[in-house]
Design a protein around this ligand. Structure first.
Ligand code: SAH
Ligand code: SF4
Ligand code: F3S
Length: 458
């Protein structure tokens, strides 16, 4: 990283990431693109020559955050006499690039999620004040092809994007418009990236996609087979030496096929955790959302998944106050939650997004009703989450150590069920998989005592 400093002073880039894991992955890839042209990562905007906001458009609040952050950056730029390059990337850039330029003239660059490989060229252009600042085409495969083939790993757990975009068009959602059509990367490319991560000590890989279980990527070049499914890909990646843990997120109930479910029971590297958003427990609302399945179909998938892997933790997403949602519809959601019993879940008030069909639907739900429903749902989900965490007390669980813990003499890691675990240890153990006996649990984490260190980590 510092080799270039002999010939010229290193520049610094600060990337602030909003939204989902796809953005987290993309921010890492932007660092990979910028490193060769002399940009080292900065810890904060204050230290940086280039600030990139990697933005999220999913709810109104997420979008508004970007504009307030840009207001702050504008002041910083003024204080430095213009010596700061400001770029906006991600889904807000894709959805309303021209609007960003209009509302905040201090912005130098706007680029959509498919254009990150063009960053060096755009930075060069911006520094010459050419003003050609928008890049928002959907050229997903070109993006993956043009990004560096190797990655710089940051710790023992990493994201790997295997699929982008979405064709599902849920009536509330902007993602099909901000990320474009569904596209899967070829198996060979993914394996190359997974191997490069494993060679750097990565032991847990989370395969990413907006609908990751709709994966249908080109089979390995030598195999002459048809496109592979996620189940096939997972079984293949599990064979890569050094990859001990595999996860995937986010999935869609419609694409939860039997082979993938079976893999949960058959592939030891597959972690017992499934994030399967359901959004609502009411068939009427699910239909209006264009989710393409019923609440009972969801219950049936969960039944099958638990039959394959009894200790699996189920996670989900919910929206309350979708247009037309009645008290009975909301009660159906509460009932689904009681029936399934979630380990963790994310719940949101419906936010009308410009350009989506639901934004124009009649019977928008008043804000106070949404508030009350969200509170009731979150109280139930919190109880389930705490109960799930407490159910591990007394068990010995395997923990991937990610670094030092909150207090001195403590290490931090994650359990197979994606729980944060604090235990007696130190940062030198990072990258090891150890056994920890759980002695206490709270809403957000487990506390335990080190039992032993697996041979594989030594
Ligand atoms: N591809 C994923 C979800 C991506 S968006 C899937 O299909 O599950 C993440 C979550 O944001 C969604 O699951 C949904 O719960 C929430 N969300 C999306 N659009 C929303 C909106 N307009 N208002 C409120 N929440 C929304
Ligand atoms: Fe959005 Fe639905 Fe696609 Fe998920 S499946 S990204 S919620 S349109
Ligand atoms: Fe947000 Fe874009 Fe992800 S809208 S949730 S950052 S795909």
């Amino acid at each position: 990283m510092t080799d270039m400093s002999a010939s010229r002073p290193a520049k610094r880039v600060f990337i602030k990431t909003y939204g989902c894991q796809m953005n987290v992955y993309d921010s890492e890839r932007m660092h990979d693109v910028l490193r060769p042209i002399g940009y080292a990562p900065a810890e904060s905007a204050e230290e940086a020559d280039l600030v990139i906001l990697n933005t999220c458009h999913i709810r109104e609040k997420a979008t508004e955050k970007v504009y307030s952050e840009l207001g702050q950056l504008k002041l910083m730029k003024q204080e430095r006499g213009g010596n700061l390059t400001i770029a906006v990337a991600g889904c807000v850039a894709q959805a309303e690039g021209a609007e960003i330029m209009r509302r905040q003239p201090a912005v130098d660059l706007v680029l959509g999620p498919q254009a990150y490989h063009k960053l060096p060229e755009m930075i060069a252009r911006a520094s010459r004040a050419v003003g050609d600042r928008l890049e928002t085409e959907f050229e997903t495969l070109e993006k993956f092809d043009a990004l560096p083939k190797t990655r710089e790993a940051d710790g023992p757990a990493a994201f790997l994007s295997i699929q982008e975009g979405c064709d599902k068009f849920c009536t509330f959602c902007v993602v099909p418009y901000t990320r474009g059509a569904e596209l899967s990367r070829p198996v060979d490319d993914i394996v190359l990236e997974a191997r490069s991560l494993a060679a750097q000590g990565v032991r847990e890989i989370t395969l990413l996609g907006q609908n990751v279980n709709a994966y249908h990527g080109a089979a390995p070049a030598l195999s002459n087979e048809a496109d592979w499914t996620l189940g096939q890909l997972v079984r293949h990646i599990a064979k890569i030496g050094g990859v001990d843990r595999i996860r995937y997120t986010t999935s869609h109930p419609r694409d939860m096929d039997d082979d993938l479910i079976a893999a949960h029971g058959e592939v030891p590297e597959m972690m017992p955790f499934l994030h399967l958003p359901v959004q609502s427990g009411s068939d009427r609302i699910l239909k209006a959302m264009n989710r393409g399945h019923t609440a009972d179909a969801y219950r049936e998938i969960i039944r099958k998944v638990r039959a394959a892997r009894p200790d699996i933790a189920i996670a989900s997403d919910f929206i309350v106050g979708f247009p037309g949602e009645s008290d009975e519809d909301f009660e159906a959601t509460m009932q689904l939650v009681r029936d399934v019993n979630f380990a963790i879940a994310y719940s949101f008030k419906y936010s009308a997004r410009p350009g989506t069909p639901a934004a124009d639907m009649a019977l928008q739900v008043p804000e106070e009703v949404k508030d009350a429903r969200l509170q009731a749902l979150q109280a139930l989900l919190r109880d389930q989450q705490e109960a799930f965490n407490r159910s591990k007390i007394g068990e010995t669980v395997s923990v991937l150590v990610t670094g030092k813990g909150r207090n001195p003499g403590q290490a931090h890691g994650r359990s197979p069920w994606l729980q944060a675990v604090h235990f007696d240890g130190d940062a030198k153990m990072a990258g090891m998989i150890v056994d920890v006996r759980v002695v206490d649990a709270s809403l957000n984490s487990l506390t335990g005592e080190l039992v032993n260190v697996h041979e594989a980590a030594l």
